[in-house]
Design a protein around this ligand. Structure first.
Ligand code: PLP
Length: 457
């Protein structure tokens, strides 16, 4: 692809950035000293910076460009819809063709008992919506005291006040006096980091039973819902042991607690099914979605709800006093529809499940042989490695070393975007990645590990 937009040079862009742009999730002091890397274009699984470096995007942006970059059909869909109906809302008993068609498409992909979708502008807004829906549901049912939502330490559910509160990121809670009242966190099912001497299976049951303990402490009549990602993404690609989700299902059913499966990362093929809940046999009442729904080409999120919830809203009547100007935006909906069409035509979900997912995972496992790596794990097209000082004891490096950050920077310098969550390196590449590109990814990940090791000696 040729350049379609001309930009000023890197220095000029960085000067503008430093003068005027406040970045999300950034240390502005370091950023201003170093200058931001300017990404100017992208195609397939690759991004290019303003100095002409080509980098394999092992993170699909922020876990979102599922169909890869440069898919012209999505641009055409946006263009057509902008000319036809660039904006209208769904407030006050209105709707429009793209939003109802998209709701139908998503309902067909979701588990059978989930048939209605509320649309938002992002994953964070989806989780704000979930919090409102959960509490509204129990109020409609005459049990408003069922109010507390249980989340997990190190879970990530977005950056708005409700999203960050539902999430269990300590660094986020510190800023802004979070979490808000009525939210409780339990430990995560992170065997490598917290499993001690237990087998993964034993630890999976133990971690799930933390939920039952919390329900009994708070009181089952006061607990409204449990929220969790099928695979905890930003927390370091934490894949629960096989015993975890069955035990969680049992506990939720026993105490009549609603299940919120945050599918913002796992949704739309990442784990080899349309939704992570299908991969792990979770029984959700709500599935917040975003990211892969439009492959990140345009902002859009949503919440898929079960018939139990939708029926209560309809039967009991009364306004649900919640919505966004851009809920079900027609251009975003048209792009999402085209994105799903592309995914289906390319059989991308099947490709992840049967072909490229198993191939990536088999190659990724070879990284476990590296002296710096304590564990390599993954499912579908999402994976992690744990950087450790001592393989036998799983002993970590001192925090001051900042080994994850070192490895991430080296990796990007050498042509691969890997992300660091503490000392856990993670990848989540576009679903269209080919075997040759997986080989390149693995080669570059090994190189980053070797160079990181050299820095240490
Ligand atoms: N939920 C999960 C599981 C996420 O990973 C994210 C973002 O990374 C969000 C919610 C928030 O989505 P957004 O950044 O679109 O608000």
């Amino acid at each position: 692809m040729t350049h379609v937009v001309q930009h000023p040079d890197t220095q000029t862009l960085q000067a503008l950035d430093n003068a005027h742009y406040l970045h999300p999730f950034s240390d502005h002091k370091t950023l201003r000293e170093k200058g931001a890397r300017m990404i100017v274009r992208a195609q397939g699984v690759y991004i290019w910076d303003s100095d002409g470096n080509r980098i394999l995007d092992g993170m699909a942006g922020l876990w979102c460009t599922n169909i890869g970059y440069g898919e012209k059909r999505l641009a055409d869909a946006a263009h057509r819809q902008m000319l036809e109906l660039p904006y209208y809302n769904s407030f006050f008993q209105c709707a429009h063709p793209p939003v109802v068609e998209l709701a139908k498409e998503i309902a067909e992909l979701a588990p059978d008992h989930m048939n209605q979708v509320f649309f938002t502008g992002s994953g964070s807004e989806s989780n704000d919506t979930v919090l409102r829906m959960v509490r509204h549901y129990w109020t409609l049912k005459g049990q408003p005291e069922k109010f507390t939502i249980i989340g997990r330490h190190n879970g990530y559910h977005g950056s708005t006040v409700a999203g960050a509160s539902l999430g269990g990121m300590k660094a986020m809670h510190k800023q802004g006096g979070l979490p808000i009242p009525g939210i409780h966190h339990i430990p995560q099912p992170y065997w490598f980091g917290e499993g001690g001497d237990l087998t993964p299976e034993e630890f999976g049951v133990k971690a799930a039973q933390e939920l039952e303990k919390a329900i009994l402490e708070i009181g089952e009549d006061k607990v409204a819902a449990f929220i969790a990602e099928p695979v905890q993404g930003a927390g370091g690609v934490v894949i629960p042991p096989s015993t975890y989700w069955p035990e969680i299902n049992r506990i939720l059913a026993k105490y009549d607690i609603l299940m919120i499966a945050d599918e913002v990362i796992c949704g739309f093929g990442r784990t080899g099914e349309w939704f992570g809940s299908q991969t792990f046999d979770i029984k959700p009442d709500f599935m917040p979605i975003a990211k892969g729904m439009t492959s990140g080409y345009i902002p859009m999120g949503g919440v898929i709800v079960s018939d139990r919830i939708a029926n209560a809203f309809e039967e009991k009547g009364g306004d649900f006093n919640h919505g966004y100007t851009y809920s079900g935006h027609p251009v975003a909906a048209a792009v999402a529809l085209e994105n799903l069409k592309v995914m289906k035509e390319k059989n991308l979900v099947q490709y992840v499940k049967e072909d490229i997912g198993p191939y990536l995972q088999s190659q990724w496992q070879t990284l476990a042989e590296h002296p710096l790596v304590g564990e390599a794990r993954g499912v579908g097209l999402v994976a992690a490695i744990e950087l450790i000082q001592d393989k036998a004891t799983r002993q970590r490096f001192d925090e001051e070393v900042g080994i994850g950050g070192i490895c991430r920077d080296i990796s990007v310098e050498n042509g691969l975007v890997m992300r660091a969550c503490g000392d856990t390196m993670i990848i989540s590449p576009p679903l269209v990645i080919t075997r040759a590109e997986v080989d390149e990814l693995i080669h570059k990940a090994k190189l980053a590990l070797d160079l990181t090791q050299q820095v240490l000696t």
